[in-house]
Design a protein around this ligand. Structure first.
Ligand SMILES: [Zn+2]
Length: 189
């Protein structure tokens, strides 16, 4: 593990996912070297416009929006020709992305059944829903939940759990080229 102390809640998880993504990029494209292509005048104009949009949204009844906040940071980066300042802006873009992902991760579950589409009541003294385990990278609010007290919903939950288990086994199974051994592995799952 990295010997760096990450102080921001949720950031270690986000960073681990960025690391996974970078590994995938490296596998696909290798180490990339391109010209920046930043600093054009129209990017400066777009950065000004984006800042204005963000400020207007913050003062409106609906308040700030992540889409506008990220756009502002992106255009500020694109407007920057100086490598040191460009790099600092890229870190700001990444920090906004991390904050946005953290917000998504911390949203409460809407408690709508993934089978019947109706509201699932909440209770402090008993379980009211069932569903597959949360998948890493999928936020709590987007993980399927099902009525625990309705047989059809509960059956759908069971199928979702089975599908998740099968998908996990397919990902982790050590595949052997020997068809006889593979048939045995498939039977076991
Ligand atoms: Zn239901």
């Amino acid at each position: 593990m990295y010997p760096t102390l990450i102080r921001t809640p949720g950031l270690a998880r986000f960073t681990a996912h960025v690391d996974d993504e970078r590994q995938a990029q490296l596998a696909k494209f290798g180490d990339q070297h391109h010209p920046d292509g930043t600093g054009a005048k129209y990017y400066v104009g777009m950065a000004d416009q984006a800042r204005e949009d963000t400020e207007n949204a913050a003062e409106s009844v609906n308040g700030p929006r992540w889409s506008l906040i990220l756009l502002e940071e992106v255009y500020q980066a694109l407007a920057e020709a100086d490598p040191a300042r460009l790099r600092a802006e890229l870190v700001q873009v990444a920090a906004v992305c991390a904050a946005w992902a953290r917000d998504i991760d911390s949203r409460p579950h809407p408690m709508v059944c993934a089978h019947c589409g109706e509201q699932i009541e909440t209770s402090e003294i008993r379980n009211t829903w069932s569903g597959p385990l949360k998948v890493p990278g999928v936020p709590e609010c987007a993980s399927p939940r099902y009525h625990i007290d309705r047989p059809e919903c509960r059956a759908a939950s069971g199928r979702a759990c089975d599908e998740q288990k099968a998908a996990h086994q397919a990902r982790t199974a050590v595949r052997t080229p020997d068809p006889a051994v593979r048939a045995g592995q498939d039977d076991a799952s």
